[in-house]
Design a protein around this ligand. Structure first.
Ligand SMILES: [Zn+2]
Ligand SMILES: [Zn+2]
Length: 254
């Protein structure tokens, strides 16, 4: 019988909020590993009881196939890790505390799969402005503390609807453990107000905003990281008004 090793593998770097635990979970399924993976304040920890071949396969995959947005700084292995637990499967378990050193990633622009979602009339996220997944969306702007879990982000006030929760819990879903996961039913909503803060009544906020810009209005678009002031560059009166308000007579807008 092959010797069963007990290993604790600690991965540090930008490994939280990038789908790293789901990635490890998938490798574990592929190579029939037993154990668990979790986030702690240092990064991602894998505890596994496995053969040498399984361990080699795991390490090879960690080095070669890690999620696009992740950046591994170090993989350290605790040899002969003493673990009283007997694992019957492999699971993603609750985050634990530890010495804080995990790297938090910047926000990532929308990925092609999410663009497909919001432009497909039959998709439940059609037109939903805050669509994201493990491969894209906000991170740095919403995080309050590490480890990076939904309850540590500004998304904690938006409980997921049943469908979003299902995606979040499904290891083969692109939104598995995607912390800002949301849809029009459960997530943040767009709001359009006038200069006095009064709601502008409209059926489609994006279209209404576009028409306001075309009329030469200046719109302050509040994003996850601050305000973006917008006007149509081809309408001189709008550009002049924006220059006056910003006290920027000549300096180009950045
Ligand atoms: Zn995405
Ligand atoms: Zn939802």
């Amino acid at each position: 019988m092959k010797e069963v090793l007990s290993k604790k593998i600690i991965i540090t770097g930008a490994v939280q909020g990038v789908g790293f635990r789901p990635f490890v979970y998938k490798i574990a399924q592929q190579f029939n590993l037993l154990g668990e993976v979790y986030n702690n304040s240092a990064g991602v920890v894998i505890v596994t009881q496995c053969t040498q071949t399984q361990l080699d396969n795991l390490l090879l995959s960690l080095n070669n196939d890690a999620p696009k947005l992740s950046r591994i700084i170090d993989i350290s292995i605790v040899e002969n890790y003493q673990d009283d637990k007997v694992y019957k499967d492999f699971s993603i378990s609750k985050s634990r505390k530890g010495k804080a050193s995990a790297v938090v990633l910047p926000d990532a622009c929308i990925c092609n799969d999410c663009i497909d979602d919001i432009t497909d009339k039959n998709n439940r996220r059609y037109g939903y402005a805050f669509t994201n997944c493990t491969n894209c969306g906000p991170r740095f702007s919403i995080i309050k503390q590490i480890p990076y879990d939904r309850k540590s982000t500004s998304m904690s006030v938006f409980p997921m609807c049943k469908q979003c929760e299902k995606e979040y819990q499904n290891p083969i879903d692109r939104r598995f453990h995607a912390q800002p996961n949301a849809c029009a039913d459960c997530g943040p909503q767009l709001q359009l107000t006038d200069a006095l803060g009064k709601d502008v009544v409209t059926k489609n906020i994006v279209e209404k905003t576009a028409s306001l810009l075309k009329q030469g209005k200046i719109v302050a678009i509040k994003g996850i990281g601050g305000f973006h002031l917008a006007c149509l560059a081809s309408i001189e009166s709008a550009v002049v008004a924006l220059r006056e308000r910003k006290h920027r007579k000549h300096k180009p807008f950045g």
